[in-house]
Design a protein. Structure first.
Length: 248
């Protein structure tokens, strides 16, 4: 994979029902981009973002040990708990507000299981290409619930030095998140490539209208625009800003 700098201005709305869907006995997953058996040559990524999977995993099941390499993987839990174990000896229980990053680098094996017996786990997993391949695998997690409670957009994962975020090995990408209160309004970053995802609730997006759970907007040099949370439901939002586009 290589990257390029230019972006032509546009706004591309992708509704929840337009996503690829995988449903098996223990997993209900929606994919924003081509993934696994789902492939569309015109929907492989946006900017540096290659994967954005919206997963619900049933109790006592999950993704058993499997490998990754040369990828920055960020996991964000919306409800429930997710147990992580990897071949580097890292273990942990992820919960809402705990940001996690795994740099696969030269190669890592890991599992992601729902340890609960009584509750599904719902999480978003996102992959961005690293700016340097063949690095040593590494892992990081950070509780940012206190920052989220203050409102607005908070850096969750950053390759650009944000101190309150987990770090990713990609200088051209930042993931912002917000649990916006009913009626709260924020400005979306004005960047070459932006990916706005409504994880929960609803919102009104300037220039695009109403967005609901599972909807996404792909932005390219679209300028600074405002997102206003629904006055009844509020919204939880995830926003990637990236500064290059991939040639896959």
């Amino acid at each position: 994979m290589t990257s390029r700098q230019s972006a032509h201005s546009h706004i591309d709305i992708r509704r929840s029902h337009q996503r690829f869907h995988t449903e098996i006995s223990w997993l209900d997953s929606h994919h924003s981009f081509s993934f696994s058996d789902h492939y569309d040559p015109h929907n492989t990524h946006h900017g540096l973002l290659l994967v954005s999977n919206d997963d619900v995993v049933k109790p006592n099941t999950g993704f058993r040990t499997h490998p990754h390499r040369d990828m920055e993987i960020v996991t964000w839990v919306l409800d429930g708990e997710l147990e992580h174990k990897d071949s580097e000896g890292n273990t942990g229980i992820l919960y809402p507000g705990l940001a996690q990053r795994m740099s696969a680098g030269t190669g890592i094996w890991h599992s992601e299981m729902n340890p609960r017996k009584d509750k599904d786990v719902h999480f978003i997993q996102m992959w961005v290409a690293p700016d340097t391949e063949r690095i040593d695998p590494s892992y990081e997690q950070l509780d940012i619930n206190r920052e989220l409670e203050r409102g607005g957009l908070i850096p969750i994962a950053s390759g650009r030095g944000h101190e309150a975020a987990i770090s990713i090995k990609q200088q051209g990408a930042v993931l912002w998140g917000g649990r916006l209160r009913p009626g709260e309004s924020v400005q979306i970053p004005d960047v070459p490539y932006g990916h706005l995802f409504i994880a929960k609730g609803s919102a009104e997006f300037e220039g695009a209208g109403a967005l609901h759970t599972g909807d996404a907007v792909r932005l390219a040099a679209a300028g600074a625009r405002r997102l206003t949370a629904d006055p009844s439901t509020g919204t939880e939002v995830l926003i990637w800003e990236t500064y290059q586009d991939l040639v896959v």
